[in-house]
Design a protein around this ligand. Structure first.
Ligand code: PLP
Length: 386
């Protein structure tokens, strides 16, 4: 096959042509600063508010509850750091405590570690072998100063969808703020912040056909979360700095398209994913699928192959024109076992051979068939040379 086969959509997606087209005029035609008082600046301001309205509608929030950020990492940092700050402010300076999971993205895990350095507490809840949080653990691990539960909507490595509905209900019952890192879920799964009792939600445009470097944090208006970046009055004085107007416009367009196409796209991608997974599991010995079979993102197929290293396999597949990831894209370069696989109880012998295939809009069945053949070849070669 001459063309590159891109199977790493959990790392990033292509900016959709309709999105690039919607962004273009905000680079060189309507380039006014949205904070200015003249009509030219108002064009940028209006475009930002249209995007805000569109995004709010997709999760059943109010426009004033959507705050634009530079992406998922910033949204996660804001949610966690300011939730404990809020607790401290309202509890006479007492440090807060967070309940989270060991399978979160490093944007959450490293924020928790930083907060621990500052005297706050963080407890990592147990997960089962599919990476789903064990709900009963929440009540057992709650402390007097627990102020936040942060559990991802869906996992970036193994695709497991967490029991968000139940988590929201439980957090509400105990009067805890519930944050979810929905970077892998937003634009791929329907989300209803009211029904699911979500108080804060992080998302990132480049994971659903939008541009890189822009995202949002939903903050329920009843939560008086402190500002994160201080400066001018942008984003209602909550996140200062001149807005990334083209990026925000692009994210709004990508959100619209992702939600309009969601049902059909999920069905299409799931069919391809199931075909790929079935053939890999049938035709290659000593392979296991990771993550939940039942509660799983439609585009994720992740496996562990015994007797190989995922990093080396990904490099060999690259020479065959196939882009895949050997775990979390954000931690490529590290040779340690994936923290997600470790938390689900997978030993090093299997975890070393982790490979993640994440499908997207342009993949075809022909590409899946070609990929299976190349994976079979690479795995057999590596095992032969082990
Ligand atoms: N959270 C999850 C679950 C992710 O998968 C990622 C990126 O891979 C992030 C957060 C970080 O998002 P961003 O790349 O927009 O900073």
């Amino acid at each position: 096959m001459n063309k590159m086969i891109y199977l790493d959509h959990a790392a990033t997606t292509k900016t959709l042509p309709e999105v690039a087209e919607a962004m273009a005029p905000y680079q060189d035609i309507y380039y006014g600063n949205p904070s200015t008082i003249y009509e030219f600046g108002e064009k940028s301001r209006d475009a930002i508010e249209r995007a805000r309205g569109m995004i709010a509608g997709t999760i059943h929030a109010r426009p004033e509850e959507i705050f634009f950020t530079s992406g998922g990492t910033e949204s996660d940092n804001w949610a966690l750091k300011e939730a404990v700050h809020l607790y401290e402010r309202t509890h006479g300076g007492r440090k807060g405590h967070i309940l989270t999971t060991p399978v979160e993205h490093h944007a959450i895990l490293n924020s928790c570690e930083e907060l621990k350095q500052m005297g706050c507490g963080a407890t990592y809840l147990d997960v089962d072998e599919s990476g789903r949080v064990i709900l009963s653990d929440i009540e057992n691990r709650m402390e007097e100063n627990t102020c936040l539960v942060s559990v991802m909507y869906a996992n970036n490595e193994i695709g497991t969808i967490e029991p968000v509905d139940e988590l929201g209900r439980m957090a509400k019952k105990h009067k805890l703020i519930f944050h979810t890192d929905a970077v892998q879920a937003y634009g791929h799964l329907p989300i209803h912040v009211q029904r699911e009792n979500i108080d804060m939600l992080s998302a990132s445009a480049h994971k659903f056909g939008g541009p890189k470097g822009v995202g949002f944090l939903y903050i329920r208006s009843e939560i008086n979360l402190p500002a994160f970046i201080h400066g001018g009055g942008q984003e209602n004085s909550m996140r200062a700095g001149t807005e990334n107007v083209p990026g925000i416009v692009g994210m709004g367009k990508a959100a619209e398209l992702a939600h309009r196409r969601m049902k059909q796209e999920r069905r299409r991608v799931k069919y391809l994913r199931d075909y790929l997974a079935y053939r890999i599991l049938q035709e290659i010995p000593d392979v296991r699928m990771t993550g939940s079979r039942k509660y799983r993102l439609a585009n994720n197929a992740s496996f562990c192959f015994k007797g190989i290293t995922g990093e080396a396999a990904a490099i060999l597949l690259d020479t065959q024109g196939i882009c895949v990831s050997s775990g979390s894209a954000c931690s490529t370069g590290s040779i340690e076992d994936s923290h997600v696989l470790k938390a689900t109880g997978i030993g090093s012998e299997w975890a070393q051979g982790a490979l993640r295939f994440t499908l997207g809009a342009e993949n075809t069945k022909e590409e899946m068939a070609y990929t299976v053949e190349r994976v079979k070849m690479v795995v057999a070669d590596m095992r032969g040379h082990a």
